[in-house]
Design a protein around this ligand. Structure first.
Ligand SMILES: C[S@@+](CC[C@H](N)C(=O)[O-])C[C@H]1O[C@@H](n2cnc3c(N)ncnc32)[C@H](O)[C@@H]1O
Length: 255
């Protein structure tokens, strides 16, 4: 999964937002940075470039992601860590960053309280979450393709997890419940550039938790090909440019 994710999805879908988040991080000139749910390290790479003098610790729940990230971005210290239970001292970091990871956390206020605990009192948390499915050209086409392939029982992952935390008022309220104060909320729309739409289909179907939903319904390779055919009919073969919207939230520990 990490290889398919890094090959097909990171450049087209995650890289543009990593550049955005690293730019926001560098404005704070942090010395110690903790990244949560770092995946294969697309944001980590941008952070170590933007903050050459900072100590960057990158973490993810999935050990396979951590191993891939360690190879791809060796400048960071990598550690397998559940964002819900951080094995770090209080007030250890000036900045905590999490790119498209908070939607995966079962108890978001508890996770934000953990982030607050490890932040210095004047530290910063930077978090981004996808906006609604209809604001993401690639993921909207993917879900439409899945409905065509599995009309009776379409997989639900993309709508309920990546796009299941699109209500920014809820994000702000969960941060406040975790003891954080929101400083800024931006809605950002960026372009994703995919070399091929079949590659996008391969990335989503084999490089994300959607893979398990597909395997519960049918053959992975056949389904990936069928999804790719339908996505090509909607988007073209590629190269293709897609509009992708997200919320970017900056918060600090509440007094
Ligand atoms: C959509 S990926 C984002 C990865 C990376 N931030 C990026 O931008 O490419 C979501 C990541 O959240 C991680 N994750 C899920 N639950 C987690 C948890 N409880 N603690 C830490 N990471 C978690 C997954 O392993 C996955 O790598």
């Amino acid at each position: 999964m990490p290889q398919a994710y890094a090959r097909w999805l990171v450049p087209a879908v995650f890289q543009p937002f990593a550049v955005d988040l690293a730019r926001r991080a560098s404005a704070h000139a942090p010395r110690r940075v903790l990244e949560l749910a770092a995946g294969t390290g697309v944001l980590t790479r941008e952070l170590v470039v933007a903050l050459p003098h900072a100590e960057v610790t990158a973490t993810d729940l999935n050990e396979d992601m951590v191993q891939a990230g360690r190879l791809l971005v060796p400048q960071a210290a990598w550690q397998q860590t559940d964002a819900m239970h951080l094995p770090f001292d209080d007030a250890r970091y000036d900045l905590v960053a999490c790119q498209f990871g908070v939607m995966f956390l079962p108890d978001k206020p508890a996770a934000f309280a953990e982030a607050r605990r490890v932040l210095t009192p004047d530290g910063t948390a930077l978090v981004n979450t996808w906006d609604t499915l209809d604001s993401h050209d690639f993921q909207r086409a993917l879900v439409a393709a899945l409905v065509e392939v599995f009309p009776d029982d379409p997989p639900t992952f993309m709508g309920t997890v990546p796009h299941g935390y699109a209500d920014v008022d809820r994000v702000v309220s969960d941060l406040e419940a975790g003891g954080m104060r929101c400083v800024a909320v931006d809605s950002v729309t960026l372009e994703g550039h995919a070399e091929s739409v079949a590659g996008l289909a391969a990335g989503y179907c084999t490089g994300t938790p959607l893979r398990a939903e597909i395997q519960a319904r049918g053959d992975l390779a056949d389904t990936t090909a069928a999804v790719a055919d339908r996505m090509v009919s909607m988007l073209g073969e590629g190269p293709v440019v897609g509009r992708m919207a997200a919320h970017v939230v900056e918060a600090t520990p509440a007094a």
